[in-house]
Design a protein around this ligand. Sequence first.
Ligand SMILES: CC(C)(COP(=O)(O)OP(=O)(O)OC[C@H]1O[C@@H](n2cnc3c(N)ncnc32)[C@H](O)[C@@H]1OP(=O)(O)O)[C@@H](O)C(=O)NCCC(=O)NCCS
Length: 90
Amino acid sequence: MQGSFTGYIKRICIHPDWSGKGIGTKLMRFAEDRIFSVKPNVFLCVSSFNLKAKELYLKLGYEVIGEIKDYIVSGYSEIVLRKTKGPIHS
Ligand SMILES: CC(C)(COP(=O)(O)OP(=O)(O)OC[C@H]1O[C@@H](n2cnc3c(N)ncnc32)[C@H](O)[C@@H]1OP(=O)(O)O)[C@@H](O)C(=O)NCCC(=O)NCCS
């Protein structure tokens, strides 16, 4: 929550046995509530091949704001996503 790109969600993982039951959505909402209570932006990255996770983030209101090519896996990108309540200085 300090420095550049504050409100960056680094990682979220649900055990496969529990996937698709709404837990990921609840965890995202929990993190968003925590971040939005003090900062107006939430950022995260998703690998370009992780289509289901990307779909979830778009459904939650995230917007694609960038692409980091060949960052983790060659031939794929990290898609940068942002959900915002407004500018830092209004
Ligand atoms: C992505 C992830 C966190 C989502 O958590 P979840 O608890 O399965 O998600 P929810 O049940 O709240 O929401 C399901 C929605 O997420 C999406 N989704 C993403 N991965 C999914 C999966 N493996 N199974 C089912 N739905 C998945 C679908 O759009 C789905 O929407 P729908 O229910 O309308 O079909 C979880 O699947 C996971 O840990 N995946 C592996 C690790 C990973 O990719 N993490 C994200 C890195 S950026």
